[in-house]
Design a protein. Structure first.
Lengths: 196, 148
């Protein structure tokens, strides 16, 4: 039996605009894992991420009738998510509390993890939770704008052009923010990246 | 491998941080529950305002349209201004006011005595009733009042 072709994002948007609330539920299912990653890596706090994500989807649902398809729904939704998260972080200020998710067991088979936590060099000895904590602390030391770019590029693997569209900045600005953020992170995480 | 590449690989390990099992399914249920609760709380007017606010940035009105709206507003304002009734000339239309020419010259001059013959009090003008004085109803008295 041939599988039914998956309904596209644009079709789901059109159905939602026509009043089909179930179509928006499908969009939530599709995009919540990705948006969760975006918001979580910017806040380093699971509870804040959960509340923000609810607000982001509620805002998207209220605004979807105004979505005219000039950009993809993916870009439009990410723009809402980044703007709302940055606004939240501005209100939160410098005081934050890490509330970290569990790390998937698969990381222990990742070559990059093994390299970063290799025990041959005593200075690089670190267990999984220590590396996770240090990574999150280093991320929180970046400015909100830099953290957004690092999250989208290094963690979520988005191309420069897509990040530029979401943040409504030039690709050159994306690259320069990345360069500056990486330089800062190298200082904070020096013991994990020192060449053997 | 450069430091830039190493830092990128290190950051990529954050992809392994994941919310608890079943989180996203529960998230959708929670989203539906909050949406329903929010819909119950909102009154129709606030809903209408909210929708209007959401739609507002998407009104892509051409710039020339703003000029047209401004021109129309000016035209309407001008219609009201120029269509207003002319003010009534009350001085010319009045019949019971003495002409300015009939007021005698009262300016003081050392060589010319002031002629006040034409200027009479209203009570002294011909045809006007005789002066009327009202005296105090109670007579003045030094005696103490007898009322207790």
């Amino acid at each position: 039996v041939a599988e039914e072709p998956e309904i596209s994002d644009d079709e789901l948007v059109a159905l939602t605009q026509a009043g089909e609330a179930d179509a928006f539920d499908e969009l939530v299912v599709r995009f919540s894992p990705r948006l969760y990653g975006l918001v979580y890596n910017m806040t380093s706090n699971h509870e804040d991420t959960n509340d923000l994500l609810q607000d982001i989807f509620a805002k998207a649902y209220r605004s979807i009738r105004g979505f005219r398809g000039r950009s993809s729904f993916y870009t439009w939704l990410h723009t809402i998510a980044v703007n709302m998260t940055i606004n939240f972080l501005k209100k939160r200020g410098r005081r934050y509390m890490l509330s970290l998710d569990d790390v998937d067991a698969g990381v222990e088979r990742d070559a990059d993890f093994l390299e970063a936590t290799a025990t041959s060099d005593p200075r690089r000895e670190a267990n999984l939770s220590e590396l996770q904590k240090r990574l999150n602390e280093a991320m929180q030391k970046l400015s909100n704008d830099h953290r957004a770019v690092v999250t989208m590029f290094d963690i979520q693997g988005m191309p420069h052009a897509e990040i530029a569209k979401i943040l409504r900045i030039s690709e050159g600005t994306v690259r320069s923010r990345l360069f500056y953020a990486h330089r800062q992170l190298q200082n904070y995480l020096q013991e994990f990246i020192k060449p053997q | 491998m450069t430091d830039e590449e190493r830092i990128g690989k290190l950051l990529a390990l954050k992809r392994y941080e994941r919310p608890p099992e079943g989180y996203h399914e529960a998230f959708l249920q929670e989203f539906r529950r909050r949406q329903r609760a929010a819909a119950m709380r909102r009154n129709p007017f606030s809903l209408w305002l909210e929708n209007l606010a959401d739609l507002w940035p998407n009104f892509h009105v051409p710039r020339l349209a703003y000029a047209g709206i401004a021109a129309a507003a000016v035209a309407v304002a001008a219609m009201f201004l120029f269509d207003a009734p002319a003010p009534v000339n009350t001085v010319a239309g009045a019949t019971n006011i003495r002409s300015v020419d009939s007021i005698p010259d009262l300016s003081l001059s050392p060589r010319r005595p002031v002629d006040v013959r034409g200027v009479l009090p209203a009570s002294a003008r011909p045809g006007s009733p005789s002066p009327h004085f009202v005296l105090e109803a109670r007579p003045a008295s030094n005696e103490l009042p007898l009322s207790f």
